[in-house]
Design a protein around this ligand. Structure first.
Ligand code: ZN
Length: 140
């Protein structure tokens, strides 16, 4: 089974502020912006690699006070919030992780681009909040 880096999620106070560095100063290009209601965030994706499905930097701005990103920034300030890996079979991966004692934080949800995802608690991932994403998007 191939596991690939999908994106690195960086919590920012505002996308404008984040893009001033990653887009304006560093010269990366935004491939898409999206609001994800379930997480109360707006994200900007910046590809960082070659090919049709490159890994990306994901800038995350909270859109509400209950957003995990708002709580994260309140506690620790802006910074690396999570890393996301792409897997072929999310259900299968979740089952295996649960049987190994990992804390999968919720049922799969539908996120950016129609891809199902879950988060895994940092306690079992080396201290990093880990997002797992189903490679193929859900079809309508
Ligand atoms: Zn993410």
């Amino acid at each position: 089974m191939a596991i690939e880096i999908d994106h690195l999620g960086i919590a920012v106070r505002s996308l404008e502020e984040g893009l001033r560095f990653y887009e304006d100063a560093l010269g990366m290009a935004v491939s898409g912006r999206e609001k994800i209601a379930a997480e109360q965030v707006e994200v900007a994706m910046l590809p960082a690699g070659a090919g049709t499905n490159p890994p990306r930097i994901e800038l995350l701005e909270a859109t509400g006070e209950a957003s995990p990103i708002a709580r994260y920034i309140e506690k620790r300030g802006p910074g690396l919030h999570h890393i996301a890996l792409r897997v072929d079979d999310l259900e299968n991966t979740i089952e295996r992780l649960k049987s190994e004692g990992a804390r999968v934080l919720q049922e799969p949800r539908r996120g950016a681009g129609g891809h199902l995802y879950v988060f895994v608690h940092p306690a079992t991932t080396g201290g990093v909040l880990l997002e797992l994403i189903q490679k193929e998007p859900v079809k309508d």
